[in-house]
Design a binder for this molecule. Structure first.
Ligand code: HSE
Length: 334
């Protein structure tokens, strides 16, 4: 999307590639950014994809008073910090403004949480990305989507102690994304097979990403590494070849899932329900507790989430379900 997509009254004038100093009341924007499924089972920290729902919304206004402030947060039950230095949205916007040498700009942010926090669906990532997309749009699209990724990674670092990119990159760029390397950062957009759906179930138990990262062992056996990189390569090939069977065969994780799945009630039963009902593959979404299945169509995805929610209900665990096609566009102006 370009500057022309904004209401003309809200469009900033650009001179020599730099946004002119904003005037009070000029530049208001509301942006949606999507939830994401990180890891895609075998690709810990390197693979992710975006979905159409859920997601978060940020409303951003430029002001004449330099500095970034969080004016209001809704839908978070008071869990998120209003302190601009501690909130992932404002902190990453500050990094962005510093980078483009516009610390004179004033920014007021309203964050509207529309998705569960700590669900494994890239909740902090969706908020951060909505904010970065909004400020970049207001400043006249100075950076490309891919160039925004490092600023969003700063937000992840604040949220969970490590700046992983497998949520923020697909949230910004849409579709499936591979983080080929972190140093230097090398991010590759992958194709989305036609007709693919994601069936996501969020069992409402608490699994903070920070804890879920600490429990993983840091050394692996070569035999397991061989299995894992074979699967990552297989999954990427399957996406390029539109080969659902290959994608399914490759959605296996011998490194992280065996440890993390212990925290997710009914995990193995939910896997069986997914596979019996026609899933291509099944696994943990990000660090959990959400689980996801990929399917060839919407109907199969709905059947799977229904069966899994019924099972969680029997275990006395509340859950939420999301059925979505793969989000190809990333954030959008509302
Ligand atoms: N790759 C990250 C992890 C994603 O698994 O910890 C967190 O959502």
């Amino acid at each position: 999307m370009s500057n022309k997509d904004l209401n003309p009254a809200e469009t900033l004038e650009i001179a020599d590639g730099k946004a002119k100093a904003p005037s009070r009341g000029l530049g208001v924007i509301r942006v949606f950014a999507p939830a994401t499924v990180a890891n895609v089972v075998c690709g810990f920290d390197v693979l992710g994809f975006a979905v159409n729902e859920p997601g978060d919304e940020v409303e951003m206004r430029l002001t004449d008073t330099p500095g970034v402030i969080i004016k209001r947060i809704t839908g978070d039950d008071g869990k998120l910090p209003l302190d601009a230095a501690k909130n992932t949205v404002s902190a990453s916007v500050q990094h962005y403004l510093k980078h483009i040498n516009r610390m004179d700009v004033g920014v007021e942010i309203e964050l509207h949480k529309k998705m569960p926090i700590g669900s494994g669906l890239g909740s902090s990532s969706a908020s951060t990305v909505a904010g970065l997309y909004a400020i970049n749009k207001l400043m006249g699209d100075l950076l490309t989507a891919k160039e925004l990724v490092p600023f969003a990674m700063k937000g992840e670092e604040l949220a969970c102690g490590y700046g992983h990119a497998d949520n923020v990159a697909p949230a910004i760029m849409g579709g499936f994304v591979l983080v080929r390397s972190y140093e230097p950062l090398d991010i590759i957009s992958l194709p989305t097979p036609v007709g693919m759906y994601a069936a996501i179930v969020y069992p409402q138990v608490d699994v903070p990403t920070k804890d879920a990262r600490q429990m993983i062992r840091s050394k692996v056996f070569l035999k397991d590494a061989v299995t894992q990189w074979g699967n990552v390569a297989g999954l990427v090939s399957g996406l390029f070849m539109n080969d659902f069977d290959l994608i399914g065969r490759s959605m296996k994780d011998v490194l992280v899932e065996p440890t993390r799945s212990i925290l997710i009630p009914g995990f193995e039963v939910m896997r069986n329900l997914a596979m019996e009902n026609g899933a291509i593959g099944f696994g943990i979404s990000g660090s959990g507790p959400s689980v996801f299945a990929l399917t060839k169509d919407e109907e199969t995805a709905k059947k799977i989430t229904k069966a899994q929610q019924q099972h969680l209900h029997k275990l006395n665990i509340n859950s939420k379900a999301f059925v979505s096609s793969i989000n190809a566009e990333g954030p959008r102006v509302l």
